[in-house]
Design a protein around this ligand. Structure first.
Ligand code: NCD
Length: 309
């Protein structure tokens, strides 16, 4: 088993020592992707399968590039072009792929728990690339990496997670990550988008965005997850922006060096104003680059290391 266990399924139960190792390894990987020739051969002869059964731009392509930069053979499988459309079960599809020599299987799936289920039944490593409304561990790892790069430690600092918390796997993984590192986490959402069990997370909860962003060191803005919502959770998008949108006025209420994250894809003018998204406080572009570095680190830690020759 690798130094960080066999699978990356969620951050809830991941030991902090594993996260430390991943973040340290990510620094090395970031140096590699900043070189003119971004190539290593540590995963030569290894097979990485990207199974994405939900839409994705950055997570899918960053896993694909991460594998390729490290010399692995990477293939992508989507729901529309796989035998899932012919009625094959997820497990049968995954077993089939595994028999082709898979070392790491990356899964994005609309069902919460799907990667945990595969991990129980397959011999290869499984990475959760987002399971329903549950967890998105690699996103939270890259968010943590990005925050640490900008402001160092999050311990004792006010970290705000703002927006559609109820439907967000990014929020859940971020809460677990930030709390492990001692951040003071504040959740802010409309009442219709705050889970009833949020109090169990040991976080501050507010429905007032001005109060939430006051003196914040970090504000992680979530996308309004329209595709996962029942109707009637909010009156209009304009009202959402007025009451829960991250705008210039609120930016000024936070700490002067506040860092504003967004996992992408952004709904400009809804959860985040364009002039905030494009400001020097925003880490949206860095998050994308760091996402490749963190995913390289994970693939290397899970599948690299042993020289089979
Ligand atoms: C997130 C996701 O899919 O959960 N996107 C991503 O991976 N960067 C967030 C989102 O879709 O809002």
């Amino acid at each position: 088993m690798s130094r960080i266990g066999k699978h990356i399924l969620g951050l809830k139960d991941m030991p902090k020592e594993y996260i430390d190792i991943i973040l340290e390894e990510s620094k090395t990987m970031k140096k590699l992707i900043q070189k003119p020739v971004k190539k290593s051969s540590v995963l030569r002869g290894k097979v990485v399968i990207n199974m994405f059964f939900e839409a994705s731009t950055r997570t899918r392509s960053s896993f694909e590039l991460a594998g390729k930069y490290l010399g692995a053979d990477v293939i992508n499988i989507g729901a529309d072009n796989s035998s899932i459309v012919k009625g094959e079960t997820l497990l049968d599809t995954a077993h089939t792929i595994e028999q082709m020599g898979t070392d790491v299987l990356i899964l994005r799936h609309k069902a919460s728990g799907a990667p945990f289920f595969l991990a129980e039944h397959l011999d290869c490593s499984v990475i959760n690339a987002g399971d329903g409304m549950h967890e998105h561990p690699t996103q939270a790892l890259l968010d943590l990496f990005t925050i640490k790069e900008r402001i160092g430690s999050v311990a004792g600092k006010k970290v705000v997670i703002l927006g559609d918390i109820a439907h967000s796997r990014v929020a859940r993984s971020n809460i677990y990550a930030m709390k492990k590192y001692g951040a003071e986490v504040t959740l802010c959402a409309p009442r219709t988008m705050m889970p009833v069990y949020a109090e169990d997370w040991g976080v501050n909860i507010t429905y007032d965005t001005d109060q939430a962003v006051k003196d914040a060191a970090v504000i992680n803005v979530l996308r309004l997850q329209g595709e996962r919502q029942e109707k009637g959770l909010l009156p209009t998008l304009r009202e959402y922006h007025t009451f829960w949108g991250m705008d210039q006025r609120r930016l000024k209420m936070a700490q002067s060096d506040v860092v504003v994250l967004h996992p992408g894809p952004m709904n400009r003018g809804v959860e985040i104003a364009s002039n905030v998204a494009d400001s020097s406080h925003s880490t949206v572009s860095e998050q994308v680059t760091n996402g490749v570095a963190v995913r390289m680190a994970l693939l290397d830690l899970l599948a690299g290391g042993e020289d089979d020759e």
